[in-house]
Design a binder for this molecule. Structure first.
Ligand SMILES: C[S@@+](CC[C@H](N)C(=O)[O-])C[C@H]1O[C@@H](n2cnc3c(N)ncnc32)[C@H](O)[C@@H]1O
Length: 258
């Protein structure tokens, strides 16, 4: 780990990443991307590799997962072996804003809770479109402001330092990024965040054995890393959710065809 570990360094170390809406949101996103016609998929910001392994198993397609963090990529590779899909899923380190792929390679490109992080979001979306085949789909699951302007306590909660500057946008702003990148037939679905469902969703996504593995890694990291102990303390302190969170903050699925 880095000398000054970030939220994502810890997340990679324990092998737990998430996006809002859990597996149900992934299922809705892949359905909007017409998965029956999709053979080769890119998942940008794949985190611990859950979605690439899930869609490779469920849909029998080939998947590439990329993440800006090397440790996330290592965790993803371990997962693919464990889940017996290493022959169909590969992972590499890459930044969403500069994808190391030729033009028009993938049938679909997904991102789940990733595009809120890069500084130049339009550049990232342009990259997703560039590497997608003509007629293919680009699908984003990203955090949205459901109502603006959000009050300061909600902005502060949503903009906690996650090791990158997270910036939710309004649904219109996300849609404009897809339109500006040249996508058509844009489908938009927005949802409230239900914090209780989110906790259940993590269990469903990782399963009992997966959560035991994560818990064991958390305990062992807590025992050996003062930086992690301090991070856990700070998270506990600022972890109280603003009362009006659900009124202002949610997530959306944004899908367009190239
Ligand atoms: C909230 S996690 C979501 C991970 C995964 N999509 C999931 O649903 O579990 C965000 C992920 O995006 C990655 N990330 C952040 N900025 C990135 C960038 N510019 N390019 C690629 N990945 C990035 C982080 O390393 C992290 O793994």
């Amino acid at each position: 780990m880095e000398d000054q570990p970030t939220f994502f360094d810890f997340a990679a170390e324990v092998g737990l990443t998430k996006h809002i809406g859990g597996v149900e949101a992934t299922e809705a996103l892949v359905e909007l991307c017409h998965m029956d016609k999709v053979k080769y998929v890119l998942d940008v910001g794949c985190g611990a590799g859950v979605t690439p392994c899930f869609i490779a198993k469920r849909y029998g397609c080939r998947v590439v997962g990329v993440d800006v963090s090397e440790r996330m990529v290592e965790r993803s590779k371990e997962r693919a072996k464990r889940e017996d899909v290493a022959d169909r899923v590969e992972f590499r380190v890459a930044d969403a804003q500069d994808l190391p792929f030729e033009d028009a390679l993938f049938d679909a490109v997904f991102t789940e809770s990733v595009t809120a992080f890069p500084e130049d979001k339009q550049k990232a979306v342009n990259e997703y479109v560039r590497v997608t085949k003509s007629g293919g789909y680009v699908g984003l699951n990203e955090s949205v402001w459901r109502k603006v302007p959000p009050p300061p306590e909600v902005v502060a909660w949503a903009s906690q330092d996650l090791g990158a500057t997270v910036q939710p946008l309004t649904s219109d702003a996300w849609t404009a990024l897809l339109e500006n990148a040249g996508l058509r037939e844009i489908a938009v679905r927005t949802y409230e965040v239900n914090t209780k469902d989110e906790a259940r969703g993590i269990l469903r996504r990782y399963g009992l054995a997966g959560m035991l593995r994560v818990t064991w890694r958390m305990l062992s990291l807590y025992a050996r890393s003062p930086a992690y102990r301090s991070f856990v303390r700070q998270t506990r302190e600022r972890g109280i959710l603003p009362e009006n969170l659900e009124e202002y903050y949610g997530y959306g699925l944004f899908v367009g065809q190239k």
